[in-house]
Design a protein around this ligand. Structure first.
Ligand code: BG6
Length: 302
C-alpha cells in the first residue's frame, strides 16, 4: 500500500529536488524541481498540475474551482484520458474520458540529474479496471521537468488478445485572453467539429483563432502547435511523437457556466491543446506490444 509516509520513507528527504507532500484535498502531490524550473504531479490521475520556468508565469492553467477528490478528475493541468476519449461508445454508464484520470497511479521511480527531474508512474489493469474495461494492460507515465516539460505515456498490451484504446494528454494552457491568441500548426488539416453535429471541416490557411465554443478533433496531424499570446508576450510550443490527432477545446461562456468545477469566466484564460490518438486513430496493439505517445511543452518570448 502506497501511503504518503511510505513514499517519504522510500524516497527520503536527501534530495530537495523531489518532495512528496499532501496536496489539495489531502491527495499526494510530487514537487519536482530543477535549477531553473518546477513541476507538480498528483498521483491521483498521474495529473501534472503545474509547470513553470523560474521567474515566469505558469504554463498550465488550473481552475480555481477544481475538485480534488478521489472519484473526480482534476480540472486543469494535464488530465490523462485513457482507455477511451469522451463518452465511451455504446456505454453511457462509463466515465467520460476513461478511468486513468481518476485512478491512483503507483510511483515507479523518481530521480534528479543535471538540469532534469523525472518521475515515473504506473497503472496496471486490476480487478477494478477489468470491471470497467475487460482488457489487461500496463501503462507507464514518465514526466520530465527540465527547461521543458515532457510527458510520455507508454501502454503495453499484457493480455492475450488485441488491445484497442484511445488516449489523450488533455493539456490546459494558460493564456492571457483566449480571444487574442492564435494557434499555428493546423492549417489545411481536416477536423471533426463536435459543436456542429460532428461535421467534417477543413482548417483554413491562417493561424487559428478561438472565436466561439471550440471542440474539434484534428485528424490526421502529427504537427507541433504554437500558441502565440500577445498579452503574456510568449509562445507556447507543444511538440509530439506517436500522436496522430490533436484536439482543441475551449468551452466558451455558456458551457463554462454549466460546469460545476470551472469558474464562469475562466474560459478566457485557457485553451486545451490535446496530444492524442482518438477516433479513427485509436491505437491497436498485438499481445505483448507497447506504444509510447509523447508531448513536450516549451515556452519562448514572442
Ligand atoms: C474535451 C472534449 O477533450 O474535453 C470535450 O473534446 C469535453 O467534448 C472536454 O467537453 C472536457 O471534458 P470533461 O469530462 O473534463 O469535462
Amino acid at each position: 500500500m502506497q501511503t504518503l509516509d511510505s513514499l517519504k520513507q522510500r524516497f527520503g528527504s536527501s534530495d530537495d529536488r523531489i518532495r512528496f507532500e499532501a496536496g489539495e484535498g489531502g491527495l499526494t502531490r510530487v514537487v519536482l524541481k530543477t535549477p531553473r524550473s518546477e513541476g507538480h504531479v498528483y498521483l491521483h490521475g498521474a495529473h501534472v498540475t503545474h509547470f513553470a520556468k523560474a521567474g515566469e508565469k505558469p504554463v498550465l492553467f488550473m481552475s480555481k474551482q477544481s475538485l480534488f477528490k478521489p472519484d473526480k478528475a482534476i480540472r486543469g493541468g494535464v488530465p490523462i484520458c485513457f482507455p477511451w476519449f469522451g463518452p465511451r461508445a455504446g456505454h453511457p454508464e462509463s466515465p467520460m474520458h476513461g478511468f486513468a484520470r481518476t485512478s491512483e497511479w503507483d510511483v515507479e521511480s523518481a530521480s534528479a540529474e543535471g538540469d532534469r527531474t523525472t518521475l515515473v508512474l504506473s497503472l496496471r489493469s486490476s480487478p477494478e479496471t477489468l470491471k470497467l474495461w475487460p482488457h489487461e494492460f500496463a501503462a507507464r507515465y514518465t514526466v520530465t521537468v527540465a527547461d521543458t516539460l515532457t510527458m510520455a505515456l507508454e501502454v503495453a498490451n499484457t493480455g492475450q488478445g488485441e488491445l484497442n484504446f484511445e488516449e489523450a494528454l488533455h493539456t490546459y494552457f494558460t493564456v492571457s485572453n483566449a480571444k487574442d491568441i492564435t494557434i499555428e500548426g493546423l492549417a489545411g488539416v481536416d477536423y471533426i467539429d463536435k459543436t456542429d453535429s460532428l461535421a467534417v471541416k477543413t482548417q483554413g490557411g491562417k493561424p487559428m483563432k478561438i472565436a466561439e465554443e471550440t471542440d474539434r478533433i484534428y485528424l490526421p496531424t502529427t504537427s507541433a502547435n504554437t500558441v502565440r499570446d500577445p498579452g503574456l508576450r510568449r509562445r507556447i510550443v507543444n511538440t509530439k511523437q506517436n500522436s496522430d490527432t490533436t484536439v482543441i477545446w475551449n468551452p466558451w461562456s455558456a458551457k463554462a457556466k454549466a460546469m460545476a468545477d470551472f469558474g464562469d469566466d475562466e474560459w478566457l484564460n485557457m485553451v486545451c491543446i490535446e496530444t492524442c490518438n482518438v477516433n479513427k486513430h485509436a491505437v491497436t496493439l498485438a499481445a505483448g506490444r507497447s506504444h509510447t505517445m509523447t508531448a513536450t511543452v516549451s515556452t519562448q518570448p514572442l
